[in-house]
Design a protein around this ligand. Structure first.
Ligand code: NDP
Ligand code: HEM
Length: 496
């Protein structure tokens, strides 16, 4: 006992015995008065919180962003000024799997960063892909339903996925990335991160620019084939956690080069594509990436639950100099994340140590469950605003320039007049023969059990991207299942 800390109750009193329950007689039943026994059981029943509705499985670490370039003419954000160094936490994730899912599964990866800046937290909640499956947030819950388990079989459903995708051609770009090599990186260190949406910068002169954020891996891209991944998962379901945690413990700190693409505000009216459409990239030839700095991960969390499970990212967290754009998807996310956090973590999730800003915080929110932080306005008389008690006041210098908007409020059909094929074609044309063949095979493998009618609808989309794309998938379907047009489904053949 001499050099060990004393075990106490949660109320701080010493625990005299942590091995034996209080029983009526040596062999007798336990007594209700054994509060410590009850406390241990009751606490255990409350150890789980709801897992994230998407991106449940994740891996994270702390690090820094060092600014080496100069983009001060575009933004006044303090964290992006030359020489700035900002602490951060980054959580990677897969989208569809539950909390216990295997790491080496084909899926889009989350790439969520919380920058603890001196002007408050800036969260960039991105993915390892520059685009997304849908462009209207109305379709996000439907899309996610196709990624999660079927209500009756409780199994993932290839039919649901391809049914939805084949009826939503805007998904083609992201589906092509997901089914390509980059859909299954070997570790979080070997993939890029993208802010994906168009965001905005504004500077001291009140000028606005549109911006896309990119984080290019300096470890190089590495991927698993489906066959390799099956072997990895057969050995360990935690390959990402092992790789990331291990690398940081060994002092091998992973790094990414941060880049931005910048579009002057008025260019948005001239581009042949809608620059606020999340299914599109901005071609590099039109908006070349500009080097901004280096992001490094260099510290593992001490407590996975407290720091990685409870970290709460939200695109609503912006800081002066950085803002949103009219992207409909981004607009919906501004609402959705903080709402998810209130449900998953509780009213005061932002006061949890991992989420707490590392700058002074003053507001007039009052009370609420689990409030442990006293008077956030600074003094007990200032609990409303305006007041005569020197309570915190607004800072108009943080106001962003007004946003030009025009048009009639309506439900505009986003599938009319949108080219869903050119950018997937540009990507397809980047692939070499090996990459194309793996793409065809990955798609065929993911179509196991899918009805012919749905397959044919999807093949028609691939044909429109490039005839070689459709035909490549046709050949792979024939090889995998003996499938041909007119067959009822891509039925896996019984092993001989
Ligand atoms: P560029 O040739 O200028 O850019 C190609 C981009 O594609 C590079 O950023 C490269 O990323 C990435 N890339 C290269 N090989 C692959 C691959 N096998 N799988 C996925 N991405 C790859 O052309 P554009 O800017 O005109 O873009 C062409 C297509 O490239 C787009 O339609 C899009 O699908 C894809 N792309 C474009 C990005 C953009 O912001 N413009 C970003 C990422 C992809 P890296 O430097 O990491 O190798
Ligand atoms: C997590 C909603 C699109 C990236 C989440 C969560 C919700 C959500 C509710 C769980 C949050 C939590 O419990 O902490 C939505 C909605 C979307 C959308 C409504 C579209 C309308 C996107 C897009 C991206 C993205 C386009 C990437 C560009 C992520 C990431 C996480 C996440 C990385 C995990 C964050 C973490 O590590 O905690 N999303 N999402 N989501 N989402 Fe989205």
């Amino acid at each position: 006992m001499a050099d060990k800390p004393r075990l106490t109750t949660t109320a701080g009193a010493p625990v005299p015995d942590n091995q034996n329950s209080i029983t009526a007689g040596e062999r007798g039943p336990v007594l209700l008065q054994d509060y410590q026994l009850i406390e241990k059981l009751a606490h255990q029943n409350r150890e789980r919180i709801p897992e994230r509705v998407v991106h449940a499985k994740g891996w994270g670490a702390y690090g820094t962003l060092k600014i080496t370039g100069d983009i001060s003419r575009f933004t006044r954000a303090k964290a992006l000024q030359p020489g700035a160094e900002t602490p951060l936490i980054l959580r990677f994730s897969t989208v569809a799997g539950e909390l216990g899912a295997a790491d080496a599964e084909r899926d889009v990866r989350g790439f969520a960063i919380k920058f603890y800046t001196e002007d408050g937290n800036w969260d960039l909640v991105g993915n390892n892909t520059p685009v997304f499956f849908v462009r209207d947030p109305y379709k996000f819950p439907d899309f996610i339903h196709t990624q999660k388990r079927h209500p009756r079989t409780n199994l993932r459903s290839n039919t649901a996925m391809w049914d939805f995708w084949s009826l939503s051609p805007e998904s083609l770009h992201q589906v092509t990335i997901l089914m390509s090599d980059r859909g299954l990186p070997v570790s979080p260190m070997h993939m890029n991160g993208y802010g994906s949406h168009t965001y905005s910068f504004w500077n001291d002169k009140g000028e606005r620019y549109w911006v896309k954020f990119h984080f290019k891996t300096l470890q190089g891209h590495k991927f698993h084939t489906n066959e390799e991944a099956e072997k990895v998962v057969g050995k360990t379901r935690e390959s990402y956690q092992e790789a990331l945690f291990g690398a940081i413990e060994r002092g091998e700190f992973p790094k990414w080069k941060m880049q931005v693409q910048i579009m002057p505000e008025l260019d948005a009216e001239k581009t042949p594509y809608n620059p606020f459409d999340l299914t599109k990239v901005w071609p590099h030839a039109d908006y070349p990436p500009i080097d901004v700095g280096i992001l490094e991960l260099n510290r593992n969390p001490d407590n996975y639950f407290a720091e990685i499970e409870q970290v709460a990212f939200s695109p609503s967290n912006i800081v002066p100099g950085i803002s949103w754009s009219p992207d409909k998807m981004l607009q919906a996310r501004i609402f959705s994340y903080a709402d998810a956090h209130r449900y998953r973590l509780g009213t005061h999730y932002e006061a949890l140590p991992v989420n707490a800003p590392r700058c002074p915080v003053h507001h007039y929110h009052k009370d609420g469950q689990m409030n442990f932080f006293g008077h956030r306005a600074g003094n007990p008389d200032a609990y409303y605003e305006p007041n005569s008690f020197n309570g915190p006041v607004e800072d108009s210098s943080a106001k962003e320039p007004p946003l030009r908007i025009s048009g009639d409020a309506d439900r505009y059909n986003h599938r009319i007049g949108n080219d869903d094929y050119s950018q997937p074609r540009a990507l397809f044309n980047l692939f070499d023969e090996g990459q194309k063949n793996r793409l065809f095979n990955n798609i065929a493998a993911a179509m196991a059990g899918v009805p012919g009618e749905i397959i044919e609808r999807q093949l028609a989309h691939f044909d429109k991207v490039h005839p070689d794309y459709g035909n490549g998938v046709r050949k792979a379907l024939k090889a995998h299942y003996g499938y041909e047009a007119g067959a009822a489904a891509a039925t896996p053949q019984a092993a001989e």
